[in-house]
Design a protein. Structure first.
Length: 340
């Protein structure tokens, strides 16, 4: 029996932080280790270039860093196919064919694209590659005939657009070559969006409010000691609020089952007064270091031989290209353009 296929990945525009870890990386490792799926994990460097075209050197550096992050959290190239998008030219060719099935008006109506265009402040100078990147995503997903795509709730319009393209292609060419994927979404709207250290928005590189998987212990300590708590909790004896307090928010996320009684007692103590922020932050640091220290150690070990890391990416890309090439062959046959 054929295993369901999962496609997932990241735009390599920098190192990955705890938001990525909570939102996707941990779940990928769980899905991988269940051995119920064929998993493809890719570095979407072409999509990153749609709004970072002048920063190609940064994208190249980020590929190595993100690959290290993948390996350090437990993604295993012997179980998951890890590859680089730009090394699979078949994806670009599929994108070209799919573009003929989608109107510009439909792309402009995509809620995710509209939101991101506004956030990036493109105005009237929207890079055409950015406008059509949902079609590129559709090529990525359908090239591997992915049944399942784990994404955040904000990406639902992208999955729906992929489904539309697959449906349109199969209808237009009277075939069943392309698979309509299903999204795997967080159960709760806020799940997977880890707030930043400052308590604002989500953890992100642009806001400078994140803890990175590559941060050393001293950097993590400094960042944890700067975490936003309760601005009205001025004196130790003052009652404090845990609502909106990032220390307790992170404790709820990273605390394990055996920590719950201690966390509950700390919350109660903080709310009645007599517990200072420094003590709560030190406890949070212990919890985070328990999680991050093994990841950091594995990352440092892998980083000693970047040649091996890129060799892993090359092998994964070769395997991915073979799969995408088969789909492209089927697509061209359905369209009747396999002339020779």
């Amino acid at each position: 029996m054929t295993k369901p296929i999962i496609l997932t990945g990241d735009r390599p525009t920098g190192k990955l932080h705890l938001g990525h870890y909570v939102g996707s990386l941990k779940n990928r490792v769980i899905l991988q280790d269940e051995k119920k799926y064929d998993m493809f994990v890719f570095l979407a460097d072409q999509q990153a270039l749609t709004d970072h075209a002048k920063e190609a050197a940064q994208i190249k550096e980020s590929i190595g860093n993100v690959a290290l992050d993948y390996l350090s959290v437990g993604l295993d190239p012997s179980q998951s196919t890890i590859f680089i998008q730009s090394q699979i030219p078949e994806l670009a060719e599929l994108t070209m064919y799919y573009l003929n099935l989608v109107s510009v008006a439909r792309l402009e109506r995509n809620p995710t694209v509209k939101t991101e265009i506004a956030q990036k402040g493109f105005g009237e100078s929207i890079p055409s590659g950015f406008l059509v990147y949902p079609v590129s995503q559709a090529a990525d997903i359908t090239a591997f005939k992915a049944n399942l795509v784990p994404v955040g709730n904000d990406q639902k319009p992208m999955i729906e657009q992929t489904r539309e393209i697959a449906r349109s292609f199969n209808h237009t060419y009277n075939c069943d070559v392309l698979v309509e994927p299903e999204g795997i979404y967080p159960e709760n709207e806020g799940t997977g969006r880890l707030p930043g250290l400052d308590g604002n928005a989500k953890m992100s590189k642009s806001l400078g409010n994140g803890i990175y998987l590559s941060d050393d212990a001293d950097t993590v300590r400094k960042k944890v000691m700067s975490v936003y708590t309760d601005p009205n909790h001025i004196r130790v004896e003052d009652p404090g609020q845990i609502e909106g307090n990032m220390v307790f928010h992170y404790l709820d996320i990273f605390g394990r089952e055996e920590d719950q009684s201690d966390i509950a007692a700390m919350k109660e103590h903080y709310q009645r007064g007599g517990l200072g922020d420094v003590k709560t932050k030190r406890y949070l640091l212990e919890i985070l270091e328990r999680e991050l220290a093994p990841i950091r150690e594995r990352r440092l070990e892998y980083a000693k031989d970047m040649g091996q890391v890129f060799s892993m990416l090359e092998k994964g890309s070769e395997k991915a290209r073979a799969v995408a090439g088969q789909t492209l062959s089927e697509v061209k046959a359905a369209m009747g353009i396999n002339y020779f």
